[in-house]
Ligand binder design. Sequence first.
Ligand SMILES: [Zn+2]
Length: 281
Amino acid sequence: MTYPWPGGTRAAVCLTLDFDGESPYLWRSRQTRGPAVGELEQRRYGPRRGIENLLAMMDGLGLRATVFVPGWIAAEYPGQVAEVHRRGHELALHGWCHEPPTSLTADELRATLDRAARTLAGISGERPAGYRSPSWDMTAEVFPVLRSLGIGYDSSLMGDDRPYEVDGVVEVPVDWATDDAPYYRYVGGDPRPPTPTGPIRDAWAAEIAAAKRYGTLCMLTVHPWLSGRPARVAVLEELLAPVVADPEVCVPTVRELAEHHRTTTGGRAVPLERLGRPAHD
Ligand SMILES: [Zn+2]
């Protein structure tokens, strides 16, 4: 059986933004003094310019995204995060200052996520429904913590290419192949230059086409400090315009897809009986 995508569509494409800014660097350098201003400024391009560039592109396409926001970013850049919410996008959890769960106790994780949820709710008026772990680093303790906070979905694991369930939480899976960081992340010192836009355009066009052919989810993950640069925004627009116009592909927020999964399947995984066969056979 094929997965019952919303509206009888053949496949799903989700656009997600991990609005990290400088928070991962601040967490990594918390024990050292004198953070490197060069990398901080490179990352501040996200909240300063990249987020607005991406919002304008999405406005033009009529596309709504899910934006995972560390609580520290929401506290530091409330105007930008309020603008994300005002323009119709979903706000979801991404730690307080991008702490990987393996570096926290369960109580610390609960405290950081509750603080972040209260900060986001102070901007949007509602507590977030979902979570994405920083760097997709996960522990088994995360799921009971999410349940205790009323967080209904996670989007950090790669165990399927359709929504499924892990320990009572709907998992809307991700994929390193459709994350911009392995392509664009370059902070100096690496012998290779930053990847140009051509490889990501070709690879992601193939990922989107394959999702439609095989009836799966294509979860795109982009970072405003990386993909918010003009040439990269242009490539995203080029990739996503035909997706938005395609009546056979749904483009839900992650919350919408997680809620659809829970109501349609009761949260269970749907057996992939036709693995490797096109959905339209
Ligand atoms: Zn992140």
